[in-house]
Design a protein around this ligand. Structure first.
Ligand code: ZN
Length: 430
């Protein structure tokens, strides 16, 4: 690595052109063998034995590429390729290595392996960047074994959160804190690194997990932000009574109050289709939940999401007004909210440049801007350093399913766009 440094754009293009699709596909297949299922899916929940084995596999792969390997207190793994100025904060890329109980080969794994492929491409191209580059495999993004999700990235950016996660237990009553100690003990040869270390920028490459890119026939998406979310619990009070003997006009039926409210919420969401408001009334609890008793109490949850917080403000005001109009018969409380994430414009501009070059070379349409409907590690990292995401299409919009798939051509183009972006960022001294 001692040839003269080319200009930033030239080395970014060189890195992009050295991405090797066969090597990428082989790496995806090799990691998918850890927890691989006969139906083509992958079961690799966080910190299980198979997850720990996959981590050792990743460590070997990264060391073979010349990376230094480090792990932090939340067992987030970092694979570091040195730069010319190792005193400068690195550029970060990567994603998570864990899956849902039944997931696919790509959700998370693709972003980690893409980062390693970028390093392999830089090695092949003989490029030495100014800043170091680190590939991260975050712990427990999925949240299916231990809640909540995105533990690793959220604890990295705010280490005080970790203490609150340690007593989370899985269905076999294993504590997260104990699983974490086992994981850290399983890599005694890997030095510990600090949480909350400065990073100059972060780019996460991920499958879309929705249908937008596929429908548009566009291989690469520039993710402009992540939707805001608010969760509510609505309770309707009635009086339990006999389903056969109580006349209809003498009932206080909690379900008869809940259903019209639910319909009004769906109507509101339909009227806001242009703002891409998403509404889910996902959990219903009916008391006594008996076929022949009038419901005395109905409680349901409201999950509302939109990238535009003002739409959620209006929706919340509407919900609260409807509940207030019912007097003491209804109550509503908000039990979770997350503000929208807007990725910074300079990052989006660079990703657009990278994705446009990759798509044009393949004779495919230019990238499109879209927002993420799902949470990602990048959402938390965005609180720590300039962060953005790249999406590739998901076949039929499916994920968290063994049928999750992406055209290998699109997987290749995604890594090409990532290679360009990461290399250009790693050559920015400021
Ligand atoms: Zn994911």
């Amino acid at each position: 690595m001692n040839q003269p440094l080319s200009t930033s754009a030239t080395s970014a293009a060189q890195a992009q052109d050295h991405v090797d699709n066969a090597r990428l596909q082989a790496a995806i297949a090799a990691l998918a063998a850890f927890g691989g299922r006969p139906d083509g899916g992958v079961s690799r929940e966080t910190l299980t034995e198979v997850d720990l084995a996959s981590r050792r596999h990743l460590i070997e792969q990264a060391r073979a590429l010349g990376c230094e390997v480090m792990v932090d207190d939340c067992a987030n793994l970092f694979f570091r390729r040195a730069g010319q100025r190792n005193d400068l904060p690195p550029v970060l890329t990567g994603s998570h290595g864990d899956t849902q109980p039944v997931g696919g080969k790509l959700d998370g794994a693709y972003g980690v392996l893409a980062g390693l492929e970028v390093i392999a491409a830089l090695n092949d191209a003989g490029i030495e960047t100014i800043r170091p580059i680190e590939v991260v495999a975050w712990t427990n993004e999925e949240g299916s074994r231990f809640g909540p999700g995105t533990m690793g990235s959220s604890a990295f950016v705010e280490p005080s959160r970790l203490a609150g996660y340690l007593d989370s237990v899985d269905k076999n009553k294993v504590r997260f804190g104990d699983a974490l100690q086992t994981a850290l003990a399983s890599t005694p040869d890997v030095p510990r690194c600090a949480m909350q270390r400065p990073m100059s920028a972060c780019v996460e490459l991920h499958i879309e997990q929705g249908p937008v890119l596929e429908r548009a026939g566009i291989p690469l998406g520039v993710v402009t932000g992540i939707q805001a979310v608010r969760w509510f619990s609505v309770t309707c009070h009635g009086m339990m009574a006999h389903a056969g003997t109580t006349p209809m006009d003498e009932r206080r039926d909690a379900m008869a109050a809940a259903v019209p409210l639910a319909q009004k919420l769906y109507d509101f969401a339909a009227a806001e289709a242009a703002s891409q408001l998403r509404l889910t009334l996902g959990r219903w609890q009916v008391a006594p939940n008996s076929v022949n008793t009038i419901p005395g109490r109905v409680e349901f949850t409201v999950d509302m999401r939109c990238v535009d917080d003002s739409v959620l403000d209006r929706f919340e005001a509407f919900l609260r007004a409807e509940v207030a109009a019912a007097g003491e018969a209804m109550e509503v409380s908000r039990f979770f909210q997350r503000e929208p994430t807007h990725f910074p414009a300079p990052m989006l501009k660079l990703i657009e440049e990278a994705a446009t070059r990759a798509s044009a070379q393949a004779g495919l349409p230019a990238p499109m801007a879209l927002t993420s409907g799902a949470f990602h590690d990048a959402m938390y990292v965005a609180d720590h350093c300039p962060t953005a995401m790249i999406f590739v299409p998901s076949k039929n919009g499916i994920s968290h399913n063994a049928a999750e798939a992406t055209d290998p051509r699109d997987l290749f183009l995604g890594v090409q766009a990532l290679a360009y972006t990461v290399t250009a960022l790693a050559n920015q001294e400021q």
